[in-house]
Design a protein around this ligand. Structure first.
Ligand code: ATP
Ligand code: MG
Length: 324
């Protein structure tokens, strides 16, 4: 068995943009463009980048909730993009997703017990009455809710508790991999740490592998072994989190991470303020998409998209003029 649970090669998702009365294609967005990365079993890859850079599209494409346009998603060595509909449905038991909004993702008319039973029914798991009951208690205990929660409805819970229900629902089918799409962004700051710690404890206990999408770089650093940075559909740098904070090579990563306030004022790095707005993804700049905002850009950057430079086994970037 490979050490990598997930191996993604040249994954691309192109959304056609239709317009006019006849719905003719008037353009396209490459929301995810030729993205490659690997996640070792039992580890977390953080995924960051400005709004609209393609994080959600990437996360959903991995589970084929959005059908990728091209590329490869190898799960346990098997390219899941080649699976048939029924094969993929069976595979989804191993790959789950947790969404940002725990309010929108729970059916208000179902009890927590029913919400947790549903995925087990779909996959025919724990069918016996006693084993089902045992399993429900186990799930509730795992996410640290009270067992009487099973008979209650979502509206009886706080945001943090609802996110725990969503986590229990994902765990119900015994997944190996979970895409966490900004799972704490909608929660109060005081609750965020509890949910993040819960996810980390579960990872340790159950050997889970995560792709953890977040806006908050501090949260990402805390939970992730490695972090990937996206810009306009491209993965521009991937490295150990400590490495990205101290030794980012891509100017965009450097700028992104320079914005984080450090606990001691003396440690604060010089903040890099990026010029200009994020360009339209429908009409991205030529060459390296970041060049119009980059203070290191040269003529070369306007012409060609830089290939991947592999700095070490765990650190790579796409840039012609990396930072020393
Ligand atoms: N169904 C769709 N049809 C057309 N374009 C889409 C569709 N879904 C996403 N996009 C476009 O793809 C790009 C990436 O969107 P995505 O939601 O993946 O970004 P994101 O990084 O998750 O942003 P956020 O941080 O705001 O959640 C955006 O330009 C978006 O407008
Ligand atoms: Mg998103």
């Amino acid at each position: 068995m490979s050490d990598y649970l997930l191996e993604v090669n040249n994954l691309t998702k192109r959304f056609p943009i239709k317009g006019g009365v006849f719905g003719k294609e008037v353009g396209a967005v490459y929301a995810v463009n030729n993205v490659s990365f690997k996640i070792p079993r039992g580890q977390t890859l953080g995924l960051v980048g400005e709004s609209g850079c393609g994080k959600t599209t990437l996360g959903r494409s991995l589970l084929r909730l959005i059908e990728p346009t091209s590329g490869e998603v190898k799960f346990n060595g098997q390219n899941i993009l080649e699976l048939s509909g029924p094969e993929m449905r069976a595979m989804r038991r191993k790959m789950q997703i947790i969404f940002q909004d725990p309010y929108a993702s729970l059916n208000p008319r179902m009890t927590i017990g029913d919400i947790l039973r549903e995925p087990m029914d779909i996959h025919g798991l724990f069918p016996g009455k006693e084993e089902r009951k045992k399993r429900l208690y186990e799930l509730i205990d795992q996410v640290q809710l009270q067992r009487d929660a099973l008979n209650k409805y979502p509206h009886e819970f706080s945001g943090g508790q609802r996110q725990r229900v969503c986590i229990a629902r994902a765990l119900a089918v015994e997944p190996e991999f979970i895409v966490c799409d900004e799972p704490v962004s909608a929660l109060d700051v005081s609750v965020q740490a509890q949910v993040v710690n819960l996810l980390m404890d579960l990872q340790k206990d159950l050997g889970l592998t995560y792709l953890f999408i977040a806006h908050d770089l501090k949260v990402v650093e805390y939970i992730s072994s490695r972090v990937a940075v996206m810009y306009l559909g491209n993965m521009v740098e991937v490295a150990e989190s400590s490495e990205l904070y101290g030794h980012a090579r891509h100017p965009y990563t450097k700028a992104l991470f320079s914005a984080i306030p450090m606990p001691k004022p003396g440690l604060n790095k010089e903040r890099i303020i990026l010029q200009g707005d994020i360009p339209s993804p429908m009409n991205p700049p030529s060459g390296c998409h970041f060049h119009p905002r980059c203070w290191m850009a040269t003529e070369e950057c306007k012409k060609e998209y830089p290939a991947v430079t592999q700095q070490s086994e765990s650190h790579y970037y796409r840039c012609f003029n990396p930072i020393d």
